[in-house]
Design a protein around this ligand. Structure first.
Ligand SMILES: [Fe+2]
Ligand SMILES: [Fe+2]
Length: 203
């Protein structure tokens, strides 16, 4: 459909590309899509906050998954970690929303364009590192993480789990609210910080 200004628009009135198969697109089409992509990136902080609110449910622990996330972030904040680490603590389990069976990898993929390689690695591996505290109860190897014993970020991930993750299920811990962390989420997930667009190969 073409509007009065001669622009291609969809049924919703918003501009669209002219093609129906990507192979037929023009540079102009892809410039238009890039503008939509910019708007998508600007919505990421709100999406992150929305996913965290979705985790305000009970899954068997004494606190909700949102409560656990807030508690981990609060502990990181009070330990004097920098803002990126605090936000990583807040979102380290956010993969649960889309990928409960591999939540560590999913969360790591979400944060990867916005954080250091170290912080990405810590989130990506925290699920296996957490095994130290409970894998023995399910017949798995609690020391499975030692396959990365020589990795430069082994200790960072071990410390993250020991100090912020495994201990953050305490209903009596004075935890900060999501409102407290919201400005930090908006800063860390600001579109200006995206440094690894999809056009590069995944790690
Ligand atoms: Fe986790
Ligand atoms: Fe966790």
């Amino acid at each position: 459909m073409v509007n009065a200004a001669g622009q291609q628009v969809g049924g919703h009135g918003a501009p669209t590309v002219g093609f129906t198969a990507m192979a037929d697109g023009t540079a102009e089409d892809y410039e238009l899509l890039a503008r939509y992509e910019e708007a998508e990136l600007a919505r990421v902080p709100d999406r992150i906050l929305g996913w965290l609110r979705d985790m305000d449910d009970h899954t068997g622990y004494q606190i909700t998954r949102l409560g656990h996330s807030l508690q981990a972030a609060t502990r990181a904040y009070r330990a004097g970690e920098d803002e990126e680490v605090v936000v990583c603590a807040l979102v380290h389990d956010i993969g649960d929303v889309l990928a409960p069976a591999n939540h560590s990898q999913a969360a790591a993929a979400v944060v990867r364009p916005y954080v250091s390689e170290r912080n990405h690695w810590v989130i990506q591996h925290h699920g296996v590192f957490q095994g130290l505290y409970w894998f023995q109860h399910i017949g798995a190897d609690p020391n499975a993480r030692d396959q990365w014993a020589d990795h430069p970020w082994y200790q960072a991930c071990a410390d993250f789990c020991a100090n912020y993750d495994q201990n953050s299920f305490d209903p009596d811990y004075p935890t900060e609210s999501l409102d407290f962390f919201e400005p930090m989420v908006r800063r860390v997930f600001d579109p200006s910080r995206v440094k690894d667009p999809d056009i590069s190969e995944p790690a």
